[in-house]
Design a protein around this ligand. Structure first.
Ligand SMILES: CC(C)(COP(=O)(O)OP(=O)(O)OC[C@H]1O[C@@H](n2cnc3c(N)ncnc32)[C@H](O)[C@@H]1OP(=O)(O)O)[C@@H](O)C(=O)NCCC(=O)NCCS
Length: 169
């Protein structure tokens, strides 16, 4: 927390139009499965574990959505809304869709749901870091109007640079 009374924030997680839905503690096993499948190689040290997901679920500033596909949990997006200085921003910490469900629009649905909730919380901007070599991730964010605001050399380990991308809401 940032010293603010939690009552000024909205509920921890949100419910938006299908196929997104709010996540709860029963989703942890699926979230961990997605971490293991989707974040390999240079991303592996950045995977979230059970305690971290539970921490997010307890934090009223969190936005944590899961998407269903063919009757199972196939993707999620996670981030927080946070006031820094005068402005409230939405910080996307992770998005993942299982391999077998990709290119079906789930990433777009999750990101759209996240940004809708960020706007509802009066966030002035959204921001994230992604590996520069992650073509799918970078293209997804560009499609939503994000643009590069900073290069982050070796952010994901030696030779694996990141980029910060932002968008005004
Ligand atoms: C990035 C990721 C979430 C995209 O999920 P997805 O459900 O396949 O995305 P969508 O089907 O909604 O695609 C939306 C847009 O993203 C971009 N995109 C997605 N996959 C792409 C690929 N393999 N190559 C290029 N662009 C891609 C395209 O712009 C696409 O729009 P289009 O279909 O009109 O071309 C998914 O590839 C993933 O989980 N990757 C591993 C985890 C990761 O890298 N997360 C991002 C960093 S935190």
């Amino acid at each position: 927390m940032t010293g603010k009374n939690s009552s000024e924030y909205h509920e921890t997680v949100i419910s938006v139009a299908s196929p997104n839905r709010r996540a709860d503690a029963d989703d942890i096993a699926d979230l961990l499965r997605l971490e293991k499948e989707c974040f390999t190689g240079y991303y592996e040290p950045h995977r979230y574990d059970r305690e971290q997901f539970l921490h997010y679920l307890d934090n009223p500033k969190s936005i944590l959505l899961v998407a269903n596909h063919h009757d199972h949990t196939a993707g999620y997006i996670l981030g927080i809304s946070s006031k820094r200085g005068e402005r409230t921003g939405a910080y996307i910490h992770s998005i993942a869709v299982e391999k077998g469900s990709r290119r079906a629009g789930l990433g777009e649905t999750l990101l759209g749901g996240f940004l809708d909730e960020a706007a509802r919380r009066s966030c002035a901007f959204a921001s994230l870091e992604v590996a520069a070599e992650n073509r799918a991730g970078v293209r997804l964010f560009e499609k939503f109007g994000f643009s590069k605001t900073r290069d982050l050399p070796d952010y994901y380990g030696e030779g694996h640079s990141g980029v910060r991308m932002s968008k005004l809401l």
